[in-house]
Design a protein around this ligand. Structure first.
Ligand code: SF4
Length: 237
């Protein structure tokens, strides 16, 4: 799997290859069971039930790094943050920021396109309770590292959605940019900002989970502030 990720020639090749990954037995079993049992509201739909690739153009200047696909969102529709409430909040914000052509993301063929932005997750398969193990995170890391490598020429800013994504970024510095991560590691927080030499800036943002958006811990205005800053740092007009 590591070798296959490393030799992906471009994003299309990477997206195809990751969709065929079976490296984590627990996650493979879970994603397939969810796809078989389904949620009642989606009983008549065919679930994707496989790893979920990234979304967005190869010349992205901004990356949004999430945790993992949702069981009945990305794992159902086959597109990251698509078909669940987290995606509703995220894509509405991206649309307000001019980074998405529409404010909703409901299905893989709904016409959504992104501008200057690539979205991907630290772990590509839906995990039970949204909690991948450290071993699963490490097993999946080569996909993330290759994806960043492929967009490295234009990438200027990474928005980490939540502490898990924030922590998953540091190994990228070493693997992709050949740089030693800072010690101690900067602490995650909403609005946290870290920048180094010749590497993308890192912005922290609370995850767009229902737990955060329903309780008002993360508001649309807070998301707007993050994407305004990301665009400024990335030089996106
Ligand atoms: S989580 Fe990543 S490494 Fe594990 S099976 Fe899914 S795509 Fe493969």
């Amino acid at each position: 799997m590591v070798a296959r990720a490393a030799r992906a020639a471009d994003l299309a090749d990477l997206d195809g290859a990751v969709s065929d990954c079976f490296a984590c037995p627990r996650l493979v079993a879970w994603r397939e069971e969810v796809a078989r049992v389904k949620r009642a509201a989606f009983r008549d739909q065919d679930y994707w039930g496989r790893p979920v690739p990234g979304l967005g153009p190869q010349d992205a200047r901004i990356a949004i790094l999430g945790l993992a696909p949702a069981a009945h969102g990305g794992n159902r529709t086959g597109r990251i943050f698509t078909g669940d409430r987290s995606g509703d909040v995220l894509f509405a914000a991206l649309h307000r920021a001019g980074l998405a052509n529409q404010p909703t993301s409901v299905a893989a063929d709904d016409g959504l396109t992104l501008r200057d932005t690539r979205i991907f997750a630290a772990v590509r398969c839906a995990p039970p309770d949204n909690k991948p193990t450290p071993a699963e995170r490490d097993t999946c890391a080569p996909w993330l590292h290759r994806e960043v490598e492929l967009i490295r020429p234009t990438l200027r800013v990474v928005v980490a959605l939540g502490a898990f994504a924030w922590a998953a970024w540091w190994p990228v510095l070493r693997q992709v940019y050949g740089q030693r991560p800072p010690t101690p590691r900067p602490v995650f927080g909403h609005g946290a900002h870290w920048s180094g030499e010749s590497v993308p800036a890192l912005l922290g943002c609370y995850h767009v989970s229902q737990q955060n958006t329903f309780t008002g811990r993360l508001t649309p205005a807070m998301l707007d502030d993050v994407f305004t800053r990301a665009k400024d740092l990335a030089g996106v007009g």
